[in-house]
Design a binder for this molecule. Structure first.
Ligand SMILES: Nc1nc2c(c(=O)[nH]1)N[C@H]1C(S)=C(S)[C@@H](COP(=O)(O)O)O[C@H]1N2
Ligand SMILES: [Mo]
Length: 293
């Protein structure tokens, strides 16, 4: 039976209790926090206390501490024939919190990273619309933008493990995923600007890279929560994430998030292009393995 205190404990009593609790923890689990003996890192003057460090102009665009050089994306060379149609993995085991730093977001390219200048990029809307439109990037920046946090996961994430463990560590087994804050124009606003015809029930998104990635998206999804994104985590998209603009298709497989987005065609049926027939198809009723990459 515990005794119920008649008065709430004073602040002093509370602090004293807290100190006892901390002490107990220190003698129990937190052995490394104990002052076991003289530690030269504390008792002796260290090199970094004896020189002037870099000035404010040493890093106009900051990079991670050199002591974190092991926190990097990694690929698995035997997975693919070359590195341009390949994938690398987010180092999940080294990350804390919920946001993936831009430089650590896994990359999946079918034809390497397209290098496109902001001024040279165009986004076209054609097909079943009243006014086919072509936007420059500056045009896009005149539309209202929203900030939203979404994860992107490649359809292949964890797939290598289906027939038993093959890769060592969660970077490789689960690292085809990242979670960032996107800034972008709701796709719905651009489609409204072009004037959707009522027959327009499907949308084809096409990338400007050499793979010409194309995927069909139902109009219901396009009008719901898709973004035409220009920024991730407050920074303009990295080239490897589709600079200057990518499609964000929340909750749907990564392959549909077309990078270097150059064209949106409106139609009345899905296109059945390469990426949705020979690849990224569903498990068949007869148990045949689906293709995903
Ligand atoms: N234009 C284009 N878009 C693309 C791809 C591509 O190769 N080209 N790869 C797709 C695949 S399969 C995935 S999983 C995601 C990966 O996005 P990330 O490189 O930003 O991680 O982009 C998708 N969008
Ligand atoms: Mo993917």
């Amino acid at each position: 039976m515990t005794e119920t205190p008649k008065h709430s404990p004073s602040r002093r009593q509370f602090l004293a209790g807290a100190a006892v609790a901390t002490g107990a923890a220190a003698t129990g689990k937190l052995v490394h926090a104990q002052a076991a003996g003289p530690d030269p890192l504390i008792t002796e003057l260290q090199p970094w206390q004896q020189y002037l460090g870099d000035g404010v102009d040493a890093r106009p665009y900051g990079v991670p501490s050199k002591h974190e050089a092991h926190v990097v994306r990694r690929n698995v060379p035997w997975l693919t024939a070359d590195s341009v149609s390949s994938i690398n993995f987010t180092p999940l085991h080294e990350l804390e919190g919920i946001i993936t730093p831009n430089g650590l977001c896994f990359e999946r390219h079918h034809s390497g990273v397209a290098d496109i200048a902001w001024a040279d990029h165009r986004l076209m809307i054609n097909g079943l619309v009243d006014n086919p439109l072509v936007f420059t990037m500056d045009d896009l920046m005149r539309f209202p933008r929203e900030n939203r946090t979404y994860f992107l996961e490649c359809a292949a994430n964890t797939g290598m493990e289906w027939r038993g463990a093959q890769l060592n560590g969660c970077q490789f087994t689960h690292g085809m995923i990242h979670n960032v804050v996107y800034t972008g124009v709701p796709l719905r606003l651009l489609l409204e600007e072009a004037g959707l015809k009522t027959a327009g029930t499907w949308l084809l998104a096409e990338g400007a890279d050499a793979s010409g990635m194309t995927r069909s998206i139902p109009m219901e999804k396009a009008l719901d929560d898709c973004l035409v994104a220009t920024h991730m985590n407050g920074e303009r998209l990295r080239a490897e994430q589709g600079y200057p603009v990518r499609l964000v298709v929340p909750g749907w497989e990564g392959n549909m998030w077309v990078k270097w987005l150059r064209r949106l065609e409106i139609g009345d049926a899905p296109w059945h292009h390469r990426e949705e027939t020979s690849k990224y198809t569903d498990l068949l009723a007869n148990g045949d393995a689906r293709r995903f990459t």
